[in-house]
Design a protein around this ligand. Structure first.
Ligand SMILES: Nc1ncnc2c1ncn2[C@@H]1O[C@H](COP(=O)(O)OP(=O)(O)OP(=O)(O)O)[C@@H](O)[C@H]1O
Length: 247
């Protein structure tokens, strides 16, 4: 199975790698002069101020900064969950800030995966691992065979867990399954807010190694974290302070 951009699934999963590198070298996402202010009944909170950055494909970018510096706000914009008040956000070359909600949802579905901190929240409790991966691919408009889904799970060290439900997996296994669902079907960007926060060291390392390997094949990962284990796999950093990018 192939698609016009990004990853390509092998036609014969037994004789070929699951992915071949993406040819598209444009950034996975770009922000130009982005501002985001939250308005409550009593105050206005400027969460992001004049943020300009690019999230490259084929790399792991880690967003760091003190609590309240705007990390989650930035990730929500990149994931097309939220819109900026000022500036431009592009995902896979498309201006997110100009899209109507329905078109934004479609872009999100096709080009972005968002991983929650709690592994279980990324998965449907009644589908086994193969079915989760196949569903994620179909929702992205790029269905895969069961064999291709198994290949991807194998690559993430989940070969023996392919027929298990999420409730039968450990937290680390669940998060690796979520990563599989995140990368299947050629998204430009995988966004993960503190993806290792709930994992012990061994589980976190396996998740991060999987992300590192899959990023090398072409997807752009952007993670927020305070975790030194995450810093260790970063190809690049975005540092935020009071909503601004700082050196
Ligand atoms: N829905 C909201 N309404 C009002 N203010 C908000 C809202 N969401 C976030 N904020 C404020 O915006 C600022 C940035 O918040 P954000 O969650 O992006 O920071 P963060 O760096 O992810 O913090 P943490 O590391 O603690 O998760 C903070 O001052 C926060 O209080």
């Amino acid at each position: 199975m192939t698609s016009a951009e990004g990853f390509r699934f092998a036609d014969d999963p037994l004789s070929a790698p699951v992915f071949t590198p993406a040819s598209d070298t444009a950034p996975a996402a770009v922000c130009r002069g982005v501002g985001k202010t939250y308005r409550t009944a009593t105050e206005q909170v400027p969460a992001l101020v004049d943020v300009t950055l690019a999230i490259p494909r084929a790399q792991v970018t880690v967003v760091v900064g003190p609590s309240g510096s705007g990390k989650s706000s930035l990730l929500r914009l990149l994931a097309c969950i939220d819109s900026p008040d000022a500036g431009e956000v592009l995902v896979a070359g498309q201006r997110v800030d100009r899209l109507r909600p329905r078109a934004r949802r479609r872009l999100r579905q096709r080009q972005v995966a968002y991983l929650f901190q709690r592994p279980g929240e990324n998965l449907l409790p009644y589908l086994d691992a193969v079915a989760q991966v196949r569903l994620a691919a179909s929702l992205r408009g790029a269905p895969v065979t069961a064999a291709a889904a198994r290949d991807l799970l194998d690559r993430l060290g989940l070969r023996d867990r392919a027929d298990h439900l999420p409730g039968q997996l450990s937290g680390g296994e669940q998060q690796r399954l979520a990563v599989a669902c995140g990368v299947v079907g050629d998204p430009a960007l995988v966004v993960a807010d503190e993806p290792t926060a709930e994992l012990d060291t061994a589980a976190a390392e396996r998740v991060l190694t999987a992300m590192e390997e899959l990023a090398a094949a072409g997807v752009g990962f952007v993670l927020s974290s305070h975790d030194p284990r995450v810093m260790a796999v970063a190809d690049g950093f975005v540092r935020l302070d009071h909503g601004r990018v700082v050196p």
